[in-house]
Design a protein around this ligand. Structure first.
Ligand SMILES: CC(C)(COP(=O)(O)OP(=O)(O)OC[C@H]1O[C@@H](n2cnc3c(N)ncnc32)[C@H](O)[C@@H]1OP(=O)(O)O)[C@@H](O)C(=O)NCCC(=O)NCCS
Length: 185
């Protein structure tokens, strides 16, 4: 399944990621990853975590849980739902805590980690929701909820909330949020 859309005179293809995209996805991931929060101008957002390795991305692509947006044959955004990488232990512990605290019901199927990146020139065009729309048929057969951990200092926290994510826990440093794939659950 793929999808061509035009927004503000830019034409994008929204599709599942392919193995040939690994290099470009890795470049986007690396570009937005910071090693410390001690930097100026956080306005466009950032990723404060380890980078994905090609073997992680291969598994995620093969599971059909990642979409990309391309323009002029270049990958300019991705929407990762990660249940296979080597970067999940913090997410698994957080989900376990939320189940123990009855914030997430234990019969629900939870996708462990969502990470979204859109290149700066294409922010505020609604690409994340287009990518999620494409992924939904693949995700809803496996999961009831998507899960993510955000950093309070990321001003893009608002983008999570506006896109329908619900913050279910927060402390001084980060926040946990969920997205219901099936509104009835
Ligand atoms: C976070 C990110 C994916 C959002 O992408 P985006 O393309 O801007 O998202 P959307 O177009 O869907 O914006 C969603 C909504 O968030 C809100 N929003 C986003 N940025 C905002 C800002 N700087 N100020 C106020 N509201 C903002 C808006 O309500 C926007 O909808 P609107 O334009 O219709 O008002 C993008 O900024 C990004 O890749 N940043 C770098 C990496 C990152 O921080 N990822 C998040 C960690 S998972």
């Amino acid at each position: 399944m793929n999808n061509i859309i035009t927004i503000n005179n830019n034409t994008f293809e929204i599709r599942l990621a392919k193995l040939e995209d690994i290099n470009e996805i890795q470049i986007l991931n690396r570009k937005w990853t910071v090693k410390s929060l001690d930097f100026d101008n956080k306005n466009d957002g950032f990723l404060f975590c380890e980078e994905y390795k090609p073997e992680d991305l291969k598994k995620i692509i093969e599971s059909k849980e990642i979409a990309v947006a391309t323009t002029k044959n270049e990958v300019i955004a991705y929407y990762i739902n990660d249940n296979h990488s080597h970067l999940l232990s913090q997410y698994e512990s957080a989900i376990k805590q939320l189940i123990q605290d009855d914030i997430i019901s234990e019969n629900l199927r939870v996708s462990k980690r969502t990470q979204i990146v859109v290149e700066k020139d294409f922010h505020r065009l609604g690409l994340p929701s287009q990518m999620l729309k494409l992924l939904k048929p693949y995700l809803t057969i496996k999961y009831d909820l998507l899960f993510s951990i955000g950093i309070n200092e990321n001003p893009k926290r608002i983008a999570h909330e506006k896109a329908g994510w619900k913050i279910v826990y927060e402390n001084d440093f980060n926040y946990y949020c969920i997205y219901k794939l099936n509104a009835d659950k």
